[in-house]
Design a protein around this ligand. Structure first.
Ligand code: SF4
Length: 295
């Protein structure tokens, strides 16, 4: 962590929570929020996001492993930008995608788009939702974060990333000098809650894709950050192993895409907080390159 990063964390009351790895990392089993996501081996000491007292309690290290600051030499460094292999030419449309519907959605303004999402019944996820959750944030943001789908609290409140995972996302944003709603837009791959927080089916992601496409077109971000595997599939157009895709720059219609773990995964696997910190540093590096501010 350089002096700037340290200052940001200290300034926001996010004193880093350090955790020394003593062996092979525990098996990762992500599914943002419920699927398995294989891990990428690392021997680096992990910097962790310390958060509010509540969030800290939820992501505290396991008993017997009290946090202790590591030597500077062990702080993870952001990896160099590595271009990922280009995605295949657009995957064949899933049956639920109606070209006419997609073309119409592509013409909607923000008000029309959110209204359409709230009344959408294009896939079975509409049946058990309390409400659809369109997205939130700055409509002209440079940063756009895309998650998987609403959870129970999001379904109740109509806003993405509220609750414990949302608080962790807010702390992730703060760690790189960002704040929800300020130059940041947040959306999900599917706008309605999958029952029991299951991973959305491919066809459900495909049915919701025109909404995400339109959100991206309207926001026109400089960088897309996929949180978890379903989001990366929605953005990159093919299934990615998050562990293998981390630290690479993908592209979607000339917009840079990077991937990292979903905050819900991180809540279950706090030992990987250091990896997400690395990914955020990498994202910031990509953003600097995209905006011509140097890396
Ligand atoms: S998840 Fe998307 S496509 Fe499915 S009903 Fe909700 S808004 Fe429509």
């Amino acid at each position: 962590m350089n002096a700037w990063q340290g200052a940001v964390l200290r300034e926001m009351g996010l004193a880093p929570l350090w955790r020394l790895r003593t062996g092979k990392p525990a098996a990762e089993a992500e599914a943002a929020p419920a699927t398995a996501e294989p891990s990428r081996p690392t021997s680096a000491t992990s910097a962790a996001f310390a958060t509010s007292a509540a969030a800290r309690a939820s992501i505290s290290p396991s008993p017997g492993s009290p946090p202790s600051p590591p030597p500077r030499a062990q702080i993870p460094r952001p990896p160099a930008i590595q271009a990922a292999a280009p995605p295949p030419v657009s995957a064949p449309a899933a049956p639920m995608i109606d070209a006419e519907r997609a073309a119409r959605i592509a013409t909607l303004d923000w008000t029309q788009l959110e209204e359409e999402i709230r009344h959408c019944r294009a896939c079975p996820l509409c049946e058990r939702r309390q409400q659809a959750v369109p997205g939130v944030g700055d409509h002209a943001a440079q940063w756009m974060f895309v998650g998987e789908g609403p959870g129970a609290e999001e379904d109740q409140r109509g806003e993405p990333f509220v609750g414990q995972a949302g608080r962790l996302l807010d702390n992730m944003l703060a760690a790189i000098g960002l704040k929800r709603g300020e130059n940041v837009y947040i959306a999900n791959a599917v706008k309605c809650r999958p029952p029991h927080n299951r991973t959305p089916a491919e066809a459900e992601i495909a049915a919701c894709q025109p909404f995400l496409e339109r959100q991206i077109a309207l926001v026109a971000p400089r960088l897309l950050i996929a949180l978890g595997r379903p989001a990366s599939q929605a953005l990159v157009g093919r299934e990615l192993n998050i562990g293998a895709a981390r630290g690479k720059r993908f592209e979607r219609k000339e917009i840079a895409v990077v991937v990292t773990y979903h905050p819900a995964y991180l809540l279950r696997n706090p030992q990987d907080k250091g990896k997400v910190w690395e990914d955020l540093c990498f994202a910031r590096q990509v953003m600097k390159t995209e905006t011509g501010q140097g890396a």
